[in-house]
Design a protein around this ligand. Structure first.
Ligand code: NAP
Length: 475
């Protein structure tokens, strides 16, 4: 596969000639080297996106839609090889990688369908003086910055709506996982995306490259998925040129199990909410709040299921949990668990880092986690489930909301009215009610509080890439 920069429809070396290594998280060995884009390359990418903008915006929506539909078909045809690539550079188990390719491709299909529905409105002013005509226009050149945990889906969730809306883009993928983004560039070109409409710029100096693009007045939109920490920095930079922003940031999801819940179903849901992607998901259940009468049963069953998972290289078919993405991630998980254990928690299963190569951490269940443990405040981003007990609905809501994040929450209860009441009371952009998975290309994905601004997917996802222009008309 090509490992150069993809700018203006051509593969090119970085202007500095520099490259950087991509590692296999299962071994720590180098699997590829990729061109290391710098500020001059970023300028070239913005030049290409700006030059391609007017023609792409003027391309009929049906044509743009069909290009996205073709990209969906190509991704689906090549799902096995894409899944292997994701697994190789990210470490996730092949089953998770296959799930990601399906999910990622669906954004192209969904936005192929939405591309032809970017409708405006017409109305009459309340005074009766004039008509109010609203048309939707593409925002313009977009910078898309994505994380390593879903290297395909986080890219398609942005590229799909941007192209559907008539925008041109520069994608800056995470430097741990640039290969999938480059594979997506090749697929989009083959699907018929004109030169310059999609540019992919891997870089080890992400800060400098993204800042350079945000300083360029031709860039009108930043869509970022990543940590809240980096999101804050980019929001400040975007403020300089008043750049339109969409921010999908960190999460600290509560997983609330009431005593009236079906405990077996709650454990099934917990396995998905916690272990999809080996725990490396912004939607991962991070804090388990279980009502006292069912807490012991839930913890024992969850520990039994977690202990039975097969841990190994993501690329092996039998593996259910792969290594974490890099050394820093595994070190962080290890220190959060150590902190909880030192504070008095007990590891029912797992709880310590194994010896040997690769960035592995075992599936872990902790009980008796103290309320002030950092593991309840910070994103774990690993296969660790800390359990805290509670009594009554009010306490559940208070605990769930005791965080600066507000991406997603999971609630298990046998009482639908309670589920809806608690779902409304929890400060989160999304709620899984008796369900451990919320992500769906047809639904608006996003957070409140410090988990972000804006929504991806659904009809809202398209609106993020459109401006509403109002024309006052007399007729
Ligand atoms: P990250 O460190 O914030 O990095 C995300 C992206 O930003 C990467 O491409 C990274 O490039 C780039 N970046 C880092 N520092 C930058 C800077 N100063 N200026 C411009 N770009 C910069 O996040 P991550 O560790 O890759 O991903 C995990 C985080 O993403 C978690 O917090 C998770 O919750 C969040 N996430 C959120 C969602 C959501 O939809 N809400 C979805 C998935 C993940 P490099 O790789 O080169 O550093």
């Amino acid at each position: 596969m090509n490992t150069d920069l993809f700018i203006a429809g051509k593969w090119s070396a970085a202007s500095s000639g520099e490259r950087f290594d991509v590692l296999d998280p299962a071994t720590g060995d180098t699997v590829a080297s990729v061109a290391d884009g710098g500020e001059a390359d970023a300028r070239a990418a913005v030049d290409a996106a700006a030059a391609a903008g007017p023609d792409w915006a003027a391309t009929p929506a049906r044509v743009r839609s069909e290009v996205l539909r073709k990209a969906f078909e190509l991704m689906t045809e090549r799902s096995a090889e894409l899944a292997k690539l994701i697994s190789l550079e990210n470490g996730k188990a092949l089953t998770d990688a296959k799930g990601e390719v399906t999910y990622a491709a669906e954004f192209f299909r969904w936005f192929a369908e939405e591309a032809v529905r970017a409708e405006g409105t017409v109305g009459t002013a309340p005074s009766g003086a004039n008509r109010i005509l609203v048309v939707r226009q593409p925002v313009g050149v977009c910078v898309l910055v994505t994380p390593w945990n879903f290297p395909a889906a986080m890219a398609t969730r942005k590229i799909g709506p941007a192209l559907a809306a008539g925008c041109t883009v520069i994608l800056k993928p995470a430097s741990d996982t640039p290969l999938t983004a480059l594979a997506m560039a090749a697929i989009l070109a083959e699907a018929g995306v004109p030169d310059g409409v999609v540019n992919v710029l891997p870089s080890r100096s992400s800060g400098k490259v993204v800042s350079a693009m945000l300083r360029d007045p031709r860039v009108r939109k930043l869509s970022f998925t990543g940590s809240t920490e980096v999101g804050r920095i980019l929001l400040a930079q975007a403020a300089e040129n008043v750049v339109n922003t969409s921010m999908e940031l960190g999460g600290n999801a509560p997983f609330v199990v009431f005593a009236d819940a079906d405990v077996e179903a709650a454990v099934d849901g917990a396995m998905i909410a916690k272990m999809r992607n080996g725990g490396e998901a912004c939607t991962a259940a991070n804090r388990f709040f279980v009502e006292e009468p069912v807490a012991a049963e839930f913890a024992a069953e969850l520990a039994r299921r977690m202990a039975a998972l097969v841990v190994g290289p993501g690329t092996e078919e039998r593996t259910q949990v792969g290594p974490l993405v890099n050394e820093d991630t595994v070190a962080k998980v290890d220190s959060l668990v150590k902190g909880a254990l030192e504070g008095g928690a007990e590891a029912v299963t797992g709880g310590s880092r194994p010896d040997g190569p690769g960035f592995y951490y075992p599936p872990t269940v902790l009980t008796g986690v103290p309320a002030d443990a950092p593991i309840l405040r910070e994103e774990i981003f690993g296969p660790v489930a800390p359990i805290v007990t509670f009594t009554g609905e009010a306490e559940a809501v208070r605990l769930a909301n005791d965080t600066e994040y507000g991406l997603v929450a999971y609630v298990y209860t046998g009482d639908l009215a309670r589920g809806l009441r608690v779902g409304e009371a929890i400060e989160a952009g999304m709620v899984g009610l008796n369900r451990g998975l919320v992500s769906d290309p047809a639904a608006p994905f996003g957070g409140v509080k410090q988990s972000g601004i804006g929504r991806e997917g659904g009809h809202e996802g398209l609106l993020e890439y459109l401006e509403s222009k109002y024309i006052a008309v007399n007729w």
